[in-house]
Design a protein around this ligand. Structure first.
Ligand code: GDP
Ligand code: MG
Length: 768
């Protein structure tokens, strides 16, 4: 099968094109680094099927980041029949920098000028024929988003793939053309493939090449010593980069004619929006406000606080229990519900009131043994329903976050954060995987491969879980909802929002802390095109949500069900394997295990101070290590027994996840301070198995144990402080003094006033 590789800068639309070509549904994100590994598909509309490979986005073919190595090796070693270089036409000069390097490889090359729709809209004109002549390779105008010009692109690529192409370079007229030529001839003599490409990379002093061709490197070295008085002082890498850019602006840029408006300095709509949204002072408050708005629409009970302001709340009574419950989905005593709350109430109504009730009735009708009924109602259905009833609401949150991402706003957030935190040692590039962590830590951790600096990668993988993921969202929703239900004047949306924000702040604080201690070092530069804002694509939003939903359903049917069943058994059997009625759950195996660990949690407010059922929280936290959804499903499974004897508690009549926590509050005596500390503990502690395993895979050997220790310590200390400060406000003074002492220590040390003598260690010899 014929093979085409898609290569281009990050965010130039490769994946969009890949999806258009292959009909697949790979994740398109409006920021760099979304595609980290290469991906394959088939295009069928040519005379023979063509395999399409989507390579990770890169700015150059120098081996600085793992992605650059993947893309480079693929093109050099796997020898695709044609390389399709996708160029973001709205950012022509910068994108052509990579093109000039791809041209040096002996492979058929076609340039796809993408985003032509955006170029045309801005009023600019691009002369593809002129560019084609200057480059010497076919140039095709396309719009991957609008599906325009794609067939023509593929036909030209197909034609190009039939004739071999020898590499050409734009450095032919530069001051080092001579040495490049000599090295190329020497390499060709040795039958090295792609001699021109390797010759240029050798001249640049590229590490991989220097190691591979030591003899030819000597030639470059000699040339260097003769010409070290050049303007670049012998830095050929800089010289080559400069020569490329100069050539591009002299020979290629003429193809683009800016609209007259732009010539006069008029701002595009996107630029105007950025004036406000990335404004030095307004940017952060706007970001926080947007996030709050999102959380309000997702977790709020009272839409736009209409009830609080105008008194919109009303209850409808029809006399029919089902009808009343259904109406309460949309309107309730707290006013008109927000979209997120409506969905939550609706699923809850379906899952618990209807389905759960019917299953319970059905089981009772069969006259099955009590333990069998319990197992089905609580162990199997309860845990799964508990988690699933939150899923639609969490999907609403994802919908909003996807809109922010797809429109291009999230890329700005990374840029804004870079501006603030760069001087403290954290670059904006690191924020991209962190923000992705709102979805799920697993892909976010994989995304850290785009970070060039190892220390930055390790630090980032450690704090990614602090960005509350979709699996943790139900924990916050249930607990904050319960606190709001028990205390008047507290709103759940505000509380959830505060916790999310707290997680982000902790991530930043811990990054700064690591930069000051174990992870000192330079901050790598951060280059990113800010793509123009555009309306999010309905299709790609739905793909996101569908992926998420599948993920939840799959987990619910596997890990969550399995854990719920295990929890149910352990909580309903004693050590001698005798079945325990609900009321006797405190004699169960699980209760013993939980009670054994209880003292550990005392400083965090969910330990020995709780009454007899207090062990539920430890157990939930531990099951959460497998998958964070388990925290809620564990509550659910256990609360059925705990609430059995309580009026208005959770029996088989179907209470929701929030009601489950309310029952727990009443029966265990846990305070709201303890519940908040419990949330914080789950947010900051060791993430689920899947995420921990990925972090382990992405961490250098032997370093993962420090990461584990980091998670445990951070979560323990932080939630202890939170519990103490909220329970006894005077303890704030102690915590503040401690934090101040730590900060003062670092300031003094950075100023050199406090100094440590460092033991010098011999570096161990490099191992094979
Ligand atoms: P990749 O990083 O190169 O894989 O880029 P993506 O395919 O993820 O696309 C990055 C962003 O550019 C997304 O927001 C796309 O919707 C947008 N995009 C891709 N192609 C086009 C296009 O032809 N026109 C416009 N206006 N936007 C596009
Ligand atoms: Mg991509």
């Amino acid at each position: 099968m014929i093979r085409f590789a898609l290569a281009g800068n990050p965010n130039c639309g490769k994946t969009t094109l890949f999806n258009a070509l292959t009909g697949s549904t790979a994740h398109v994100g409006n920021w760099p680094g979304v595609t980290v590994d290469k991906r394959e598909g088939v295009y069928k509309k040519l005379s023979e099927p063509a395999e399409i490979v989507d390579l990770p986005g890169i700015y150059s073919l120098s081996p600085y980041t793992p992605e650059e190595v993947i893309s480079r090796n693929y093109i050099l070693d796997e020898k695709p029949d044609c390389v399709i270089n996708i160029v973001d036409a709205t950012n022509l000069e910068r994108n052509l920098y990579l093109t000039t390097q791809l041209m040096e490889i002996d492979v058929p090359l076609v340039v796809a000028l993408n985003m032509m729709d955006a170029v045309k809209k801005s009023g600019d004109r691009l002369d593809a024929a002129k560019l084609e002549k200057a480059l010497g390779v076919p140039v095709v105008e396309i719009s991957a988003l609008k599906n325009e010009g794609i067939q023509e692109l593929m036909e030209r690529a197909y034609a190009a793939s039939k004739t071999p192409r020898a590499g050409s370079t734009v450095l032919a007229g530069s001051s080092i053309a001579h040495v490049i030529d000599d090295v190329k001839i020497a390499l060709r003599g040795k039958e090295v493939e792609n001699p021109l490409f390797h010759a240029v990379k050798l001249a640049e002093g590229d590490e991989l090449e220097v190691a591979a061709h030591p003899d030819e490197m000597k030639m470059v070295g000699e040339f260097k010593t003769q010409h070290s008085d050049d303007i670049f002082g012998g830095d050929f890498e800089a010289l080559v980069a400069d020569a490329r850019y100069k050539y591009i602006s002299a020979n290629f840029s003429g193809a683009l004619v800016h609209s007259q408006k732009k010539e006069r300095g008029a701002l595009s709509k996107s630029d105007k929006a950025d004036r406000v949204l990335t404004n030095r002072w307004a940017a952060i408050p706007i970001f926080v406000a947007i996030l709050f708005f999102v959380f309000h629409l997702t977790f709020g009970e009272d839409l736009f606080y209409l009830n609080a302001i105008f008194g919109f709340g009303f209850d409808v009574e029809t006399g029919n229990a089902y009808l009343d419950a259904f109406v309460a989905v949309f309107f309730n005593g707290a006013g008109i519900s927000t979209p997120g709350a409506i969905l939550f109430n609706l699923t809850d109504f379906i899952m618990n009131t209807c389905l759960g009730g019917w299953i319970a009735d059905g089981m009772a009708a069969t006259g099955a043994a009590a333990w069998a009924q319990g197992l089905v109602n609580d162990g199997i259905w309860g845990g799964v329903a508990g988690v699933m009833s939150f899923v639609p609401q969490v999907l609403v949150l994802f919908l909003f976050l996807s809109i922010l991402e797809d429109s291009g706003y999230m890329a700005r957030v990374a840029f804004i954060l870079d501006r603030i935190f760069r001087r403290f040692g954290v670059s904006g590039r690191a924020f991209i995987p962190m923000i992705m962590g709102f979805g799920c830590s697993v892909p976010a951790v994989v995304n850290t491969r785009t970070l060039a600096d190892d220390k930055e990668r390790i630090m980032t993988t450690r704090v990614i879980p602090f960005f509350t993921c979709g699996a943790k969202a139900p924990i916050l929703a249930a607990i904050c909802g319960a606190i709001a239900a028990e205390y008047t004047g507290v709103s759940a949306d505000l509380l959830v929002f505060a916790l999310y924000l707290f997680g982000m702040i902790m991530a930043i604080v811990m990054l700064l802390f690591m930069r000051q201690t174990s992870m000192r070092g330079e901050v790598p530069p951060f280059i990113m095109e800010l793509p123009a804002y555009h309306a999010p694509q309905f299709r790609s939003l739905m793909i996101h949500l569908w992926d998420k939903l599948k993920h939840y359903v799959k987990k619910a049917c596997t890990i969550i069900v399995a854990s719920s069943i295990v929890i149910w058994f352990l909580s309903h059997f004693a050590w001698d394997w005798s079945y325990l009625e609900d009321e006797l759950m405190n004699r169960s195996i699980l209760a013993d295990i939980g009670n054994f660990l209880l003292w550990i949690c005392t400083p965090m407010g969910f330990g020995l101070q709780l009454s007899e059922f207090g062990w539920v929280f430890v157990v939930a936290a531990v099951t959460g290590l497998i998958a964070k959804e388990n925290v809620i499903s564990t509550f659910y499974v256990l609360v059925a027994a705990i609430g059995a004897g309580v009026a208005g508690g959770v029996g088989d009549d179907g209470e929701n996840g929030i009601g489950a926590v309310v029952t727990l509050m009443q029966q265990t005596g846990i305070t709201w301070q303890g519940l908040i500390a419990f949330c914080v503990f789950n947010m900051l502690t060791v993430p689920c198995f899947a995420a921990a395993a990925v972090v382990k895979g992405e961490t250098p050997k032997g370093k993962f144990k420090f990461t584990l220790a980091f998670w445990m310590l951070t979560s323990y200390v932080t939630s202890t402080c939170i519990y103490l400060m909220f329970s006894w406000p005077w303890t704030v003074a102690i915590v503040v003094v401690l934090i101040a002492a730590v900060i003062a220590f670092f300031i003094l040390r950075n100023k050199g006033i406090i100094r440590f003598r460092r033991k010098r260690k011999e570096l161990p010899a490099a191992k094979e």
